[in-house]
Structures are given as structure tokens and as C-alpha cells.
Write a protein that binds this ligand. Sequence first.
Ligand SMILES: [Zn+2]
Length: 259
Amino acid sequence: MTEEAAWAALLAELDSWAEAGKRLELWLRDDDATVPSDQLDRLAALAERFAIPVLLASIPMLAQETLARRLETAPLLLPCQHGTWHRNHAPPGEKKSEFGLHRPLPEILAEIAAGREQLRELFGCSVLPVFVPPWNRIHPDVAAELPGLGFGGLSCFRDFALDPTDGPRLVNTDLDLIDWRNGRVGRRPGDLLAEMAASLATRRGEPGADQPFGLLLHHHDHDSTAWGFLTNLLERLSRHAAVSFSAPDMLFGAAMDLD
Ligand SMILES: [Zn+2]
């Protein structure tokens, strides 16, 4: 399928959403922020151009004061906590995770709380009470303790699920723009579009269709392919009747009041 055909297929799928009276809430999460950069400026400019706020997952123990100063003039980049050190504690051969149960639970919770403190010192009350675990992995036992640490919200990737009766409000991301295995480059637009269209087609027939659809960004790693795709996607989707852009603080809703 050519890239143009892939765009046409995605837009046709969205037309089906409109015909079915369904709306797609699109939102943006960007991970690993620590310092200001040209790439961060580019993200801020994109957020302003399309009036779409971005959840900016920032690493507490690596984030610099200069980032906090930069965000003062980037009101659409909304910081939240991305792990604590962004360190892997899983043994070799296991998938990377900072918050699996590889250490005693009290130690893990103390570390998350220390990260929260650090981020509040940096960003003040502008930090949203949402936790984004590095590599999108967190043990359910750790996740269940997040509200007690002041986090009303949690964001991971795609199929990650929690017992819905308890714990933080979970809003996942669904499409990762980066190809991590082949040199951290932007994934081919045709592949991203096909994946998004397929996932929306499945979702259209399901009861949970109204779940927000999150794009997972890493501004630091974006090449021209990733920036080009993102800009194109926002441009085309902003004109589509079935799509609305959602603000992270609205998505997590009442979970914001925990603090
Ligand atoms: Zn990360």
C-alpha cells in the first residue's frame, strides 16, 4: 500500500466513525523530558499550532531547572512524573522495568515519593498527578499504591490493564512513533497509518470505543520522519468531523483532585 493509500484508508475508517455517531478523542504524551532543546521547542510550537496540550512525562532525578524555566512559557506542555531515575531493575533477559517487583515494595514506593517531591520542587503545582512508568511497565501491586502517593492517574501503552475497581485512572497511549529496534528512528508513515486504521476498525465495534487514542512521542528522538508524520496527522485529523483533540488534564478528570 502506498502512503497516500494508507492515508485514504485511515480517513475512510474515520468516516465510518462519523457515520456510526462515534468520536475519536486523540491525545498526546511525550516522554523523557529533562532539559530544554530545539526539539522541545518544536514540540511546544506544534502543540500551539494545533491547540493540543501535551502530557510531558519528565524524569524527576534528571530534570533540570532550565526545563522548569522553559515550561513557564510553554503552557501547553503539561509536566507529570516519568519514573524516578529511569533506571532498569529487571534482571538480564527480562524486559526493562523500573517498577516491577524487583525490590521490596516499601523501597519502590519511597523512591516514587522522592521523585514526586523532586518534581514538585522543580515545577511547583503545575505537575499533574499522573504517573508514567518508564518502558510503560509497572507491577499491578505498585500501581495499586499510586493513589496513596498522590497520583490519581496512570498512563502506559495499549494493552496494559488494571483491575478497574481500584487504583488510579488508567489512560494508555496506543501508537508509538519511534522504531526502537532499528536505531531509534521514526517509523514509516505507511506502517503507522495502517496500524492506526486497523486498531480503530477493531475498536469501532467494541463497547470501549470511546477510550481516548494516545500518540506516544519522544521529542528528543524524533527525526524528520517522525516530525513529518506527526504534523501531517494532526493537520489531517484536525479537519475531520469524527476527531477531537483532548487535553490530558481533562482525560484524567476527577483523578486530578486527589492532591
Ligand atoms: Zn522513558
